[in-house]
Design a protein around this ligand. Structure first.
Ligand SMILES: [Zn+2]
Length: 110
């Protein structure tokens, strides 16, 4: 499902707002926080532990069809990292790292 460029962005943002107000989202966010041990995942990957001002970020944005309630599509970021991502500074390489890390974590658990 690919929508053209940014035509639907405002609609997606509206949909996003509804997502954040649902119990499903809050539950998933708690799970994601727990999975991340309540630290910024990006800073943690850099060897830094940030525990305050944490945000739950959708790795694939809702506007791009990311799953809103899937903890696999969530990462915990501190305010700075979240702002950097929102500003468009790509954290993609690090996100790939995080995803690898997550897969590994699942692998060892299974
Ligand atoms: Zn951070």
């Amino acid at each position: 499902m690919k929508t053209g460029k940014y035509g639907d962005l405002s609609a997606a943002k509206q949909a996003g707002k509804q997502v954040y107000n649902t119990p499903e989202y809050r539950r998933a966010r708690l799970m994601a926080m727990k999975n991340a041990n309540y630290v910024c995942e990006f800073c943690a990957s850099q060897g830094d532990i940030i525990v305050s001002d944490l945000h739950c970020d959708h790795i694939i944005p809702l506007s791009k069809g990311g799953a809103p309630f899937d903890t696999e599509n969530m990462q915990i970021l501190c305010r700075t990292c979240h702002l950097n991502k929102t500003k468009g500074r790509s954290l993609r390489a690090h996100m790939i790292n995080l995803q690898n890390k997550k897969q590994k974590r699942h692998g060892t658990r299974a």
